[in-house]
Structures are given as C-alpha cells and as structure tokens.
Write a protein that binds this ligand. Structure first.
Ligand SMILES: Nc1ncnc2c1ncn2[C@@H]1O[C@H](COP(=O)(O)OP(=O)(O)OP(=O)(O)O)[C@@H](O)[C@H]1O
Ligand SMILES: [Mg+2]
Length: 297
C-alpha cells in the first residue's frame, strides 16, 4: 500500500435503539470541531444520520459542517461496489459455461454468497480509511444481529472460497478474459483477508448499552462475539443515565439504573466506561450533539 496515512475508524455497535447513531454523530462532530476532516458513515439499512444532522440523505460524502461529512451506504450500493470490483470478470467466466443474463447472474451470486453486500461495506470503509482524505472515520453500524453478520462475512466468504478452487480448477476462463477464474478467486480471498485484518487492527469498537437487565444480558453475547473474532473493544458507553432529580419517578428510575451501572462497571472494568445522561430533549442538530460529545470526550 502507498504511504498514505490510515484514518482511525471509531465504530459504534450495540443492540437496536440504544443510542449508536446519537453517539456516532456526536463523536463525528467532536473530531470535526477539533480540526480533523471527519467522515461519519452509516451501514444501517435504515440509516438515521441524515435525520440527526438535519440534512438530506447522502450516498456520496455530503458536507454537514466545516470539517464534517457523512454518508449512508445501503445493500444496493455495496452490491454495486462488488459488481465494479469483481462482477464483470466473474460473469465473463461464468457465462462461458452457463447461459445466464447479467442481472440473473448478479442475483444468483448474491444468493449463493450471503453477506456479499456486507463484506463490501467493510471493504469500502477500509479503502476510505486508507485513501488519505480523512483524519477520522466514525462508523455507525447496524443493530447487532446485522453487524455481527457483517463482521463474520469476510471469514465466511473465505470459508466458501476454500471449496471453490476444487470446483473451478478445471474450468478455463472465457476467451479474452483478463484473469483465470482461479486468479479471480485468489484476488477475492486476498480481499477477504485484508478486510478481516482491517476490522482487527484499523477499527476501534465502542459498545453502546442502556442500564437495564435485558441489555446487560445481551452485552455479554455481543462482547463474546467481538472477542471471538479478535476485534478490539475500547469503550463501553452507558447511555440514557438518569441524573439526580426532584421527581420521585425519576429518582426511583435512577436508583434502579445504578444497580445495573454498578454491575456493568464490575463486569467490564477492563474497558473504559463512559456514561451519557438521559437528556430531556431530542438530540438533533449541532447544539444538542455537542452536549452529548461533552459527556464522551
Ligand atoms: N442520552 C439520550 N438522551 C435522550 N434521548 C436519547 C439519548 N440517546 C439517544 N436518544 C434518543 O433515542 C432514540 C434512539 O437513539 P439512536 O437512534 O441513536 O439509537 P440507535 O442505537 O442508533 O438505534 P437503531 O438501532 O435504530 O439504529 C433517538 O430518538 C435519540 O434521539
Ligand atoms: Mg442508528
């Protein structure tokens, strides 16, 4: 790779609705306000960065503030990235022995290799972080099930591909094809390995959770999965923490939360733990996001 600097990627993961996007947007604004060119990327199928930044959705980096840009990539776009990188080459080989139209072939590939789109999202973030354009990349991931599927795909794809050479070894590439099918598969394997290595060394995961029993149970599973893939978790963010209050209702809520906060602090004392208060207002736009950022940085 060239001598371009690699932008650190700060990812936010956790179950649905716990505040991933809120923390990601606040983090992006924080880094941008300190003079670093920052890109916030969402890979959620139902992204909400545009809502929180109060702008239109963007499928190419769109500017929100001075040094702050954001981008929402969906499965369709990731599919296009795959097509651009591999689709035509593989099709050329494929169509030399099976009569199949291009769009049927794309559908077929997506069905035999689930996770293709997700892998290309990871690949896109890796390329973006290596491109020398950004100082920091903030990654707002999809709710947990989808994120784990995403993180597993490079390994999964590698597994699929281990079988492929035996199947394809005897098949010659189409006349005029630039590469043999084995070359293409090897290129693909290298890509999977690079994406997995990037997830391990280039991405720092922040786990967002709320202080409730159910969330705590699920957290162990989340961290276990990340650990299984040797991914780095740096911080646990406990969100929606009720602060001292003059309302009896909120006081009782706070007492209950404190039990879970103590549990979390004991269980995960190897992680940096931050608490974000429950705000009485909606978090949207610069001012409220800066309030969240102040509690995180
Ligand atoms: N600390 C907070 N105080 C008040 N409201 C909050 C706080 N954190 C998040 N919210 C609100 O809770 C809702 C869910 O937050 P957010 O969208 O960030 O969660 P998410 O984990 O990204 O959800 P999803 O899994 O759907 O992507 C939003 O309406 C957000 O404004
Ligand atoms: Mg979200």
């Amino acid at each position: 790779m060239s001598g371009l600097k690699q932008a650190p990627v700060i990812a936010f993961a956790g179950k649905g609705g716990v505040g991933k996007t809120t923390c990601a947007a606040a983090t992006a604004l924080h880094f941008a306000s300190h003079g670093g060119k920052t890109l916030a990327i969402s890979t959620d199928a139902t992204p909400s960065l545009s809502h929180i930044f109060q702008t239109a959705t963007a499928d190419i980096p769109a500017q929100v503030a001075d040094d702050l840009f954001f981008l929402e990539i969906g499965a369709a776009q990731a599919g296009q990235m795959w097509e651009k990188k591999f689709g035509r080459d593989v099709y050329q080989v494929f169509s030399s022995f099976v009569e199949i139209g291009y769009s049927d072939y794309v559908d077929f590939m997506a069905s035999v290799l689930p996770g293709l789109a997700e892998e290309f999202m990871v690949d896109y973030i890796r390329e973006t972080s290596c491109g020398g354009v950004w100082d920091t990349i903030v990654w707002d991931t999809a709710p947990l099930g989808q994120t784990m599927a995403l993180l597993q795909t490079p390994a999964l794809l590698n597994h699929h591909l281990r079988l492929a050479p035996r199947i394809y070894a005897g098949i010659k590439a189409a006349e005029g094809a630039r590469e043999t099918i084995l070359d293409i598969i090897r290129r693909w394997e290298a890509l999977s390995a690079a994406d997995m290595a990037f997830l391990r060394s280039g991405v720092e995961f922040n786990i967002v959770a709320i202080p409730e029993a159910l969330a705590i149970n699920q957290l162990d599973e989340i961290l276990g999965d990340l650990h299984k893939y040797d991914l780095r978790v740096r911080r646990l963010i406990i969100n929606n923490v009720v602060q001292a209050s003059d309302s009896d209702f909120l006081r009782r809520k706070a007492v209950q939360q404190q039990i879970y906060i103590k549990q979390l602090s004991d269980m995960y004392n190897r992680l940096r733990i931050s608490q974000v208060p429950l705000f009485p207002h909606e978090i949207r736009g610069r001012e409220t996001l800066l309030e969240v950022a102040k509690t995180l940085y």
